[in-house]
Ligand binder design. Sequence first.
Ligand code: SF4
Length: 340
Amino acid sequence: MKIGIPRALLYYYYYPLWREFFTQLGLEVVLSPTTNKGILDAGIKNTLSEVCLPVKVFYGHVSALADKVDYLFVPRINRVEPKAYICPKFMGLPDMLKARLQQMPPFIDTAVDAGMDGNPVQCWVDCFQEVGSKFTHNHQLVNSSIAAAFRTQQEFQRRLTGGMLIPDALENDCVPEVAATSQQNYTLRIGLLGHPYNLYDAYISMNLIHKLQSMGSFVVTPESLSVDEIEDEARKLPKRLFWTLGKRMIGSALNFYASKELDGLIYLTSFGCGPESLVEELVARWAKQQGNLPYLMITIDEHTGEAGMVTRLEAFTEMIKRRQKHENHLSSHGEPLHSG
Ligand code: SF4
């Protein structure tokens, strides 16, 4: 039995968990290729134009797996933590796919729902129990597969909070030094906000992380923060945010501001994202209030050109360097900074 996992959306959060579970269960996991023009075009062709870019990309990845697998794993993800919803697009994803794509292998679309009082682990345990029972009556095998899956996911999380970027942390044989090496020789520390399925999809983001690194930046992403660090900051909001992914962005932004360790902040958003239209505005306002942290927002869609992106990144990093030079000059002459 082959089970297909689209290399898009929450793959970037949960792939180690999913892969290990299905592998331990005895299934062969087939991952769609990295995003390319063909995948994006297939996604655009099969979705409505107003759908956000990451969902279009997801459609393309599902299409790429259609004739290669016996099942497709597309869980219906409602809540992965109590009292907060993940984006509505994730809830309706299996229905949207079934409505638009023909001749697909059966979807494994079991619901993942932490409910109002559940916990982030139990919702996946419940999902896997249900999925496992479709393939085997051996409860012991299902339980041991779930336990192995959580161990693998914990190791993945440990690598991320240890400073690795997702592509490095996903490599089986990767050791912490690999990520550290790719981030050496930098002159700026840039915070990079955005959903992992935008940031780490090299085709969609036009290799944004690599571009920043080659311009001499050390890139810090929300994945380097623990859940508690993000929650502590998000709790400072006057009103509780009930969108998990939006809360993650805001909590990370506040943590980045508070750390005062960054030279600039970039927020990569995708056109058509409902939650981000609110979150991005809040982050931009805080950046303005902080006053001293250069901030750049980049919105991408399927028509975004690479040359424009490079120009904006070069201008942004150059502006920060000049500003730092100017401030160093002022402080070496005993003059107050930001004197206008
Ligand atoms: S959070 Fe935004 S970008 Fe992500 S799936 Fe939802 S609408 Fe699309």
